[in-house]
Write a protein that binds this ligand. Structure first.
Ligand SMILES: Nc1nc2c(ncn2[C@@H]2O[C@H](COP(=O)(O)OP(=O)(O)O)[C@@H](O)[C@H]2O)c(=O)[nH]1
Ligand SMILES: [Mg+2]
Length: 331
């Protein structure tokens, strides 16, 4: 399953424009797939020259038209939430845009937590809800009541387990997007506020990028430079989503296909193998592992194996970001 992203924000901030820029106009029905740019995969491809290249992908959903409740519902379905702020047009107030959508999500969680608290308080009397659950629900209520998202609350594993059945939307990672007309400085307030908060952020000129998508890359770069934009911002958004989602990338690199895959950080080798084929998790025997640099230097997995340079790892191995892996599976 690819990482899924929901775009949210007030009307007219450029959500659909950003969706079109990100998907290169190839999205349909408000959903589109976007390749995750990765220079390591580019280097692998240059060295191995496979017939086929497959990037890791992010699934992006435009905000559904309609009520704010529908946006919150879409965000609840996603792994990562993109909050768009308008930094163009008349009287922009991008921080108010961010605060507004945050508050929509906070209020939705507050309603859920309060409903659960009412029931849990009764259950606690008969021992069906634990004191620990009540405690974390109370803390969550106080946090949300103060207008703050749950992701900023300190939660241990048990706390998270207690909140998980409520599918809290404010526990999800967010990326803030400052949508500018052409002047990148207009997005700075958003980036500054994000930095203070420890939130990922990117500046993008969505309408401009949607147009530049028609030009060849060198021409597009020239245009961007003339506005003082160093990059499209689109790659930064996708990479920020990837990081915010807490994922690591590993690679497979054979003659027919070089490919980037993802798994959760710390996943044991059989679980990572299961991303490639569901059978592989059970049938896992061992993993042969190297790094992108080693593979690029050697030219192929076979050359590395012949030189005795492929590490052999068992089922307890935790796949690391940047590993190139060949899984050996039984029949
Ligand atoms: N100048 C400028 N206009 C934009 C930009 N992004 C969107 N717009 C305009 O703002 C209006 C609303 O954009 P839209 O993407 O439909 O907003 P949504 O309601 O958030 O989906 C449209 O007229 C867009 O052309 C931008 O980066 N710069
Ligand atoms: Mg729209």
């Amino acid at each position: 399953m690819p990482v899924s992203v929901a775009i949210v924000g007030p009307p007219g901030v450029g959500k659909t424009t950003l969706f079109n820029a990100l998907t290169g106009g190839r999205g349909s029905g408000g959903v589109g797939m976007v390749d995750v740019p990765d220079e390591r995969l580019d280097r692998l491809v240059a060295a191995v020259r496979p017939k086929k290249v497959v990037h890791a992908q992010v699934r992006i959903a435009d905000a559904p038209p309609g009520s704010r409740a529908q946006q919150v519902a879409a965000a609840r379905e996603a792994d990562v939430v993109l909050q768009v702020a308008r930094c163009f047009g008349p009287e922009p107030d991008p921080l108010a845009d961010i605060t507004g959508t945050t508050l929509d999500m906070v209020l939705a969680d507050l309603a859920t937590v309060e409903r659960r608290l009412e029931i849990a308080a009764k259950e606690a009397q008969t021992g069906r809800a634990s004191a620990g659950e009540l405690e974390v629900l109370e803390r969550a209520r106080a946090q949300l009541d103060a207008g703050a998202p749950l992701r900023k609350l300190e939660l241990d594993g048990a706390d998270r387990a207690a909140l998980a059945p409520l599918f809290p939307v404010t526990l999800k990672p967010v990326v803030w997007v400052a949508n500018v007309a052409d002047n990148p400085a207009a997005g700075e307030p958003v980036v500054r506020a994000a930095r203070e908060e420890g939130t990922a952020a990117a500046i993008v000129a969505a309408a401009l990028e949607a147009e530049l998508a028609e030009l060849d890359p060198a021409e597009a770069r020239e245009y961007r430079r003339s506005y003082g934009l160093e990059s499209s911002g689109l790659d930064e958004i996708v990479r920020a989503v990837w990081r915010a989602g807490g994922l690591i990338t590993f690679f497979t690199a054979g003659e027919p296909e070089a490919r980037a895959w993802h798994c959760e950080e710390g996943a044991p080798a059989p679980v990572a193998a299961g991303k490639i084929h569901s059978d592989f998790e059970k049938k896992f025997i061992r993993a042969e592992v190297t790094s992108v640099d080693e593979l690029v230097a050697a030219g192929s997995m076979d050359a590395l194996r012949a030189a005795g340079k492929l590490r052999v790892e068992g089922r307890d191995y935790r796949v690391k970001d940047g590993d190139v892996v060949l899984f050996r599976v039984g029949s």
